[in-house]
Design a protein around this ligand. Sequence first.
Ligand code: AHR
Length: 537
Amino acid sequence: MKRREFLSTTFAVAAASLAPRTAHAAEGVVEVLLDEPIGDIAPEIYGQFTEHIGGVVYDGIWVGENSKIPNVGGIRKALVDHLRQLHVPVIRWPGGCFADSYDWRDGIGPRAKRPMRTNFWDNNPALVNAPDGPQKYEPNAFGTAEFLRFCELCGAQPYLAANVRSLTPYDFDEWVEYCNSPAGSTTLAGTRADDGSREPFNVTYWGIGNESWGCGGSFRPEEYATEFRRFTAWVPTYGLKLRFIGSGPGAREGDPQVAWTRGFLENLLAKGERMLDRLYGFALHYYCRGSGKRDALDFTVDDWYTLLWQADVMDSLVSKHWLAMGEFDKEHKAKLVVDEWGAWHAGPALAPNYLFSYIPTLRDALMSALTLDIFNRHAEKLAMCNNAQLVNNINTVFVAQEDRFAPTTNFHVFDMYQSHMGGRSLRVVSDAPAISYGDQKTFWGLAGSASLHGKTLVVTIVNPHMSEPRVTEVSLRGASAKSAQVTVLAASDIHAHNDFDHPQAVAPKTEPVSVSGPRFTWTFAPASVTKLEIELA
Ligand code: AHR
C-alpha cells in the first residue's frame, strides 16, 4: 500500500485494530502507569515567546490602529482569536537579545512622541539588504501597555525580561513601578493611566536579563550572579509575590553548559541560602539547528531524523540542569524554565526583513510535539516554557504578512496538547523498533506523555517513522477505558506545511473511537502526532 493510501485509511485501520488483539500483532507498546504520578503539568509550559525581531512584533502582532487589517486597538485580531483558542497561558517579551538593549521608557506615553531607535538586530548581516523599516529602526509603537493589552486580550500572563546589560536596577524598579504601582499612587502610575490602564497590570514574572553569558552582557556566571542579586534586591512588590527568573545557559547538543548553572548558583548562594528565595525559576535555552542545508522546506530523510534526534536532547538537558541545581538548592525551591526552545532552520525567509523566519512543516510539528511530551514527563521540574517564537520567526506558530495570516503545523500541536495543561503527568513507558538512519544512527520508535484530569486520561504519542505505521498495544496500568476520541496530525508528505495560500493543508482529524478495558491495540500512523483522550470507567 502506498503511504498516501495508508494515511487515508488510518482511521479505519485504527478502529479495526481496536478489536481484541491477536498474539504478536503489536510491534510497539505504550504503558501508562496510573499509580506513578510525576507532578502537575503547569499550564505555563505551553507558553510563547515574542521579541522585537524581524516580523514578530511588526507586523505579526502590531498592525496599528488605522490598519485595514482587522485589529483590536492595533493588535492583529486573527492572532488574538487563535491565541484564545490555544488558551495561551503566558507570553514572554520584549526579548531575547533585544531585551538587553531596550529602554522600556521608549515605549510608554503618546505613541506619536515615542523615539525611533536602532533595533538590536540591525547588526545582523541578513538584514543588510533588507528594506528599512521597523525591523531595523524601532518605532516603539508597541510598548509595555500595548504588550500587556495583548496579553489581556489573549488571556495570557505577561513575562517581561529586564535589561541587565545596559540599564540599571533603578530602571528595573521603575519599570515594575510603571506596571504595578497602585492607581493614582505615583507619577508612573499616572503615565500608565494616560497609556490606557489606570489599574495596575500586576506583572509577576520578571526575567533578569536574557542570555547573560552572550548578548545579555557577556558575563561570567559569577558576575551575573552579582547582577542578579543587585537587580532583585528591594524591588517594589506592591503586595505581589514577584517571580524572578534567572538567565540560564544556552545549551547545545553535546554541550549542555552545566558550568553556567553551577557557577551561577554557587555565586548566588555565596551571600547565603536565603538568596534562593529570590529565584523562582532558572531559564535554559535550547535550539535544534537541523542539518544539511538547514532548509525548512527542502530536507532529506536524514535531516528529518536528525532534527527529531536533536529535539530529544532536551530530555537529558532538563535532567542535567535539574540535577546541577539540586547540588545547591537541595529542596528544589527554584524550578527550571525553558524560555526559548524550537527548531532554528536557516530559511527560506518569509520576507527579507523577517529575520529568522521560515514556514514550519510536519517535521517541525513532530519536533514540537516530542518536546512538549518531554516537558510533560518532567512536569515536577518545570515552571514554564516558552516556544521561540510566536509568529513569523523560528518554530513559529503563525505566519502573518500584511492582510495574510495562517496557523502553521506547530499551531495544531499546541492546540492538541493544550488538553494536558493542568493535568497530573503520569509515567509512560513506551517501546517500538528503533529507527536506523544516516551513518549508523538510531532513533526511538515511539514516545509520548500522559496526563490525568479527573476521569479523563490524555495520551499523546509521536511516531517518528516517516513511512511505517506502528501497531501498538496500549496498556492502562491501574485503569480501564470506557470510551475515547482520537486526534491525529499526519500528512502524506513529510514536507507538508501550511502557508498563506494553503492555510489548512495540514490539520488534525478528530474522531470518536470505541475502546474498553485496560488494554487495546492502536495503529500509530507514520510521521504522526496522535492524541488519545480516554474516558476511564
Ligand atoms: O530567538 C532568537 C534569539 O535566540 C533570541 O533573541 C536569543 O535569546 C537567542 O539567542
